[in-house]
Design a protein around this ligand. Sequence first.
Ligand code: WQD
Length: 338
Amino acid sequence: MARILLTGGAGYIGSHTYVALVSAGYDVTILDDFSNSDPGVIDRLARLTGAEVDLVRGSVLDRGVLGRLFASRAFDGVVHFAALKAVGESVEKPLDYFETNIGGLIALMQAMKAAGVLRIVFSSTATVYGAATVFPIPETAPLSHTSPYGFTKLTCERILSQAAAADPWQVGVLRYFNPVGAHPSGMIGEDPRGIPNNLMPYLAKVALGEMPELRVFGDDYDTPDGTCWRDYIHVVDLARAHVQSLDALMEGRGHVLNIGTGTPTSVLEMHRAYSDVVGRDLPMRIVGRRAGDVARSYADPSRARAELGFEAEHGLEEMCRSSWNWVQAQKEGWRFNS
Ligand code: WQD
């Protein structure tokens, strides 16, 4: 049975990938310092999978933790999620982002190389396309960064590519578009700290009555309804893409792939879909644009289909329904979802 290390495995995408990998027959170890995740998720992962979770509490920046971890377990591959990921925060704290995201990858890769583990799936982002001009966006589109966060992801992709020239690294780079939704059980989901920056978790707070209204950041963009287009992908589909990525690496097939649906959705369409799931018109108001937003971002998903056989299966209604189910279960303390 192949054993995989998930760094940041207690986080939003990491926890969903944990469930998908266990279901696919992998043995999985989670390394997480809980700097941006709830330790309570570990118990819920154990309940979801019916087995104890092999958890190591620590940071990818801690070379002692990494050394002991790779000496104690024989890994066949690593999925690297552990990173800082808030675009706005990265503008305020660029050095923290360089240290954690770039320094963390280097520390991890050095520990992996020392242990002879050279398979890695890297969590990247469509942000590396900057303000794209060709749609849908192919992997061959020009790369640029519009924030320190985007700079760290682009730099990490280049480090992985350069390292593979020196040693036989098998690398899977997955460029996520906009991950949303939650596991249908309602046991795991997105759990942002403080006021959410992202659209769907903010809509969820409005639906719960914890925020008064959705502020729509601009309706004067070059799109049919004037609000920004994004490629939202259900986190359960995204988790499955990681399993297929690892499967490909186990066969020696590296890749750099968009993980999206290929279908753009506007802010107003998302607001409508979430309102339909909740059963009432969620309050919203059009306000000014948010700095840094691009009008359009949606994937050409054809290379992931060709190289992994990956295709997104969940639509907008299920994305919203699973999110609404999750936030209600979380508020109720999972009494009715256990
Ligand atoms: C989507 C649309 C907003 C909130 C970001 C990161 C990206 C990735 C995913 C890490 C935009 C609008 C939002 C609100 C709104 N993260 N919006 N009111 O900006 O596409 O991507 O998260 O990898 O790197 O950049 O996602 O959900 O923040 O915004 O009108 O209260 O919703 O203007 O058009 P984004 P988002």
